[in-house]
Design a protein around this ligand. Structure first.
Ligand code: MN
Length: 321
C-alpha cells in the first residue's frame, strides 16, 4: 500500500530519543486516512509522539470492509526506497505487481514481503472477482544504512511457522518469537507475529527485554497487559519486558510488532525513507521523470504522481524528544 496523501508531510523518525527504556502502556489512537476512491485506513504509525517501534515505521489497519459491490483496494503504481513493505491479511486477497516482474496474489495469513532497497515500484489491487470482505494491515520496515541500497526483491511465504499455547496460535510473520523464525528476510533484529486468541484465553507471551514492542488490535475484545485495546488501536509497550499478559474476552486477532530500537535517524516523506533532504528530492525527481524505479506491468491505470515537496528543508531531528 501507499501513502496516497496529496499533502504528504515529512516525518523525522528513528534515534534513541523516542524509545522508552522501561515497560509502559501507551495507547495510540488511529488517524483516519482515505486511500484512493474506496478504501479508508486507520494509521497507527507514524503517530503523534510515536514514530517508530523498532524498525517498524508505518502501520495501517484497514477493514473489515464489505467490498462485494466495490472495486476494493486500488492502489496504482508508486515508488518506494529505503524500506520493506509487509502485506498481512485476515480476510480477502490483494494482487501485488512490482517492477521486478512479480505478480502475486496474497491471501490471509500469507506473508507478502517487498524489499525496496534503493528503488522499486508496485501496485496493489483487489482482484476481480474478489472475496466479499477485505481486512488487513500494511506495515513498513525501515532498512538500516548498511542494507538500504540492496537490490529490490519480493518474497511470498504462504506457509509460516506457528507457536501455540492454550487459546493462542501465534503465526511468526517476520523475525522470531519463542524459538520459531519466519522465512522472511529481515535486516535488523525485529519481530512481527499474528496472534489469534480464542474467547477466554489468558496467556503470557515471551518477549525479549532488549526489544521495544507494540500490539495492534485487529478484531475482538482483548486486554493487553490489563489495558482494553479496541480493534484499530495500538498499545505501545516500551522495552524491558520478558513477557506480555494477554486476555481475550472474545475470539480476537492481534499483531505483535517489536524490534531493537532503531537508532539511525530517518526522514520519511511520501513513500520514501531516506537520510537527507537531497536524497528525498532526488527520489521524487527520478519517479517524476520515469527513471530508476522501473515499470509495473499490467495495472489498469496511470501511476501515482508524487505530491509537491514542502518548501522547508527536512532535517533529521536531534536525539532528545
Ligand atoms: Mn506501497
Amino acid at each position: 500500500m501507499s501513502n496516497l496523501d496529496r499533502h504528504a508531510v515529512p516525518s523525522v523518525c528513528g534515534g534513541r530519543g523516542f524509545v522508552v527504556a522501561e515497560p509502559v502502556r501507551e495507547l495510540l489512537s488511529p488517524r483516519q486516512v482515505r486511500l484512493g476512491e474506496s478504501t479508508e485506513v486507520r494509521r497507527l504509525l507514524p503517530n503523534l509522539g510515536r514514530r517508530m517501534i523498532g524498525a517498524w515505521c508505518f502501520v495501517d489497519h484497514y477493514g473489515p470492509d464489505d467490498i462485494a459491490d466495490e472495486p476494493g483496494m486500488q492502489v496504482p503504481p508508486h515508488p518506494h526506497m529505503g524500506l520493506q513493505t509487509v502485506s498481512w491479511l485476515h480476510e480477502g486477497e490483494v494482487l501485488h505487481r512490482d517492477s521486478t516482474g512479480s505478480l502475486q496474489t496474497i491471501r490471509p495469513k500469507e506473508l507478502g514481503l517487498m524489499t525496496s532497497g534503493r528503488a522499486i515500484s508496485h501496485s496493489e489491487e483487489s482482484p476481480r472477482p474478489h472475496a466479499r470482505f477485505l481486512h488487513g494491515a500494511q506495515l513498513w520496515v525501515a532498512l538500516p544504512d548498511a542494507h538500504r541500497d540492496t537490490d529490490p526483491h519480493f518474497e511470498h511465504h504462504p506457509d509460516l511457522p506457528t507457536v501455540t499455547a492454550p487459546g493462542l496460535t501465534a503465526t511468526i510473520v517476520l523475525g522470531a518469537l519463542d524459538g520459531s523464525a519466519s522465512p522472511g528476510t529481515a535486516y535488523t533484529p525485529i519481530v512481527a507475529a499474528d496472534l489469534a486468541l480464542s474467547h477466554g484465553a489468558d496467556v503470557r507471551l515471551p518477549l525479549d527485554p532488549d526489544f521495544e514492542y507494540g500490539v495492534l488490535a485487529m478484531s475482538g475484545e482483548v486486554h493487553v497487559d490489563g489495558v482494553p485495546v479496541l480493534p484499530g488501536s495500538m498499545l505501545y509497550l516500551g522495552c524491558g519486558r520478558t513477557e506480555l499478559p494477554l486476555r481475550a474476552e472474545s475470539d480476537a486477532g492481534l499483531m505483535l510488532l517489536g524490534g531493537e530500537p532503531f537508532e539511525e535517524e530517518l526522514i520519511m516523506w511520501w513513500n520514501f525513507v531516506g537520510r537527507t533532504q537531497a536524497e528525498i528530492e532526488q527520489a521524487r525527481a527520478d519517479w517524476t521523470t520515469g527513471s530508476r524505479f522501473g515499470e509495473v506491468k499490467g495495472y489498469d491505470g496511470a501511476p501515482l504522481a508524487a505530491p509537491s515537496l514542502p518548501p522547508t528543508p527536512l532535517k533529521p531531528r536531534g536525539r532528545t524528544r
